[in-house]
Write a protein that binds this ligand. Structure first.
Ligand SMILES: NC(=O)c1ccc[n+]([C@@H]2O[C@H](COP(=O)([O-])OP(=O)(O)OC[C@H]3O[C@@H](n4cnc5c(N)ncnc54)[C@H](OP(=O)(O)O)[C@@H]3O)[C@@H](O)[C@H]2O)c1
Length: 277
């Protein structure tokens, strides 16, 4: 997609081409098996909504949040991952047809270049997939096996042993990474032990919290669309306890797309996570 976005930070202000903007980051070169590079990406409105809730409490992603420009950048971030960390909730929404499939690289017209790009970078054509779940109740999409992807299931020690055994019998490795639920430290260590260096968190706000509180998140990407979404019941990127200094991030880059959604605009921000000892 040859359309310009404007770099607002760091200076100087410049026009850049969307296509390749985030590929240039080469995030897959920043991690090692000893210290994998973990990055996450969220999309929010100006008033902080990442999803709205229906009257029955079900959350959904409003259409006006998603744009082709943002999606291209999301896919460029995916292309740099050895491993995608998703969760049961996404697989339930995928199976119900509420969300599209984002588990494979290069399957759409707008991302057809990304598989070749991965191969040129020495990455496997498709990333490993990790599914985080405490309940272990989720449908496994056929696409993972069809594309020959390694798929691991991460859960806590308190998970139902019969369900864990059921997944093992179906040929999936189940990693116990935490006590009650999945914890960032044990999960990142287990994935590093398997040689994975760049881990893209495409799960929800609770997995983000898990990684951030455990000091495992390296970078946060956030798209902020210039709309006041409103909606009395909504979800945000940080539903848990106060973060305090841990939530104070450092801006690394900021790009501006003036044209979408609906001719308003959006910022693409990239933040480093600060370490406080
Ligand atoms: N705008 C955006 O960028 C964005 C990004 C992500 C999600 N969303 C939206 O936000 C809404 C809420 O997010 P969500 O339901 O995807 O995610 P979520 O509320 O963060 O997590 C939902 C499920 O993920 C599993 N999970 C989360 N953290 C876990 C942990 N530490 N250990 C084990 N399992 C864990 C649990 O599954 P089990 O029940 O299996 O235990 C949990 O029920 C959805 O509508 C979603 O579409 C928006």
């Amino acid at each position: 997609m040859k359309r310009p976005v404007y770099r607002l930070y760091p200076p100087p202000y410049t026009d850049e081409t969307l296509h390749g903007l985030y590929l240039a980051l080469k995030l897959h070169e920043l991690g090692t098996p000893e210290r994998p590079f973990v990055y996450a990406n969220f999309l929010s409105s100006l008033d902080g909504r990442i999803a709205l809730e229906k009257a029955n409490g079900d959350a959904y992603l409003p259409k006006s949040l998603t744009t082709p420009v943002d999606f291209r950048l999301f896919l460029e971030l995916e292309a740099q991952a050895d491993c995608l960390i998703t969760h049961s909730s996404y697989l339930r929404s995928l199976s119900a047809g509420k969300l599209g499939n984002i588990l494979q690289i290069g399957q759409r017209e707008e991302s057809a270049d990304l598989t070749q790009w991965r191969i040129e970078q020495g990455l496997k054509p498709q990333p490993t997939v990790v599914i985080a779940s405490a309940s272990l109740d989720f449908p496994m999409p056929d696409s993972i096996r069809e594309h020959g992807q390694t798929c691991l299931i991460a859960t806590g020690q308190n998970a139902d042993p019969a369900k864990a055994e059921g997944w093992r019998r179906r040929g999936f490795e189940v990693i116990i990474a935490g006590s009650d639920r999945v914890e960032g430290g044990p999960l990142v260590r287990a994935l590093g032990d398997r040689g994975l260096r760049s881990l893209y968190l495409i799960a929800g706000p609770y997995m983000l919290e898990t990684m951030l509180r455990d000091g495992k998140l390296s970078r946060l990407f956030q798209t902020i669309t210039h709309q006041l979404m409103g909606g009395e019941a909504f979800r945000t990127v940080s539903p848990g306890a106060e973060y305090g200094p841990l939530g104070h991030l450092k801006l690394r880059s900021l790009y501006y797309d003036p044209s979408s959604p609906y001719n308003s605009g959006q910022w693409f921000a990239q933040f480093d996570i600060q370490r406080f000892s």
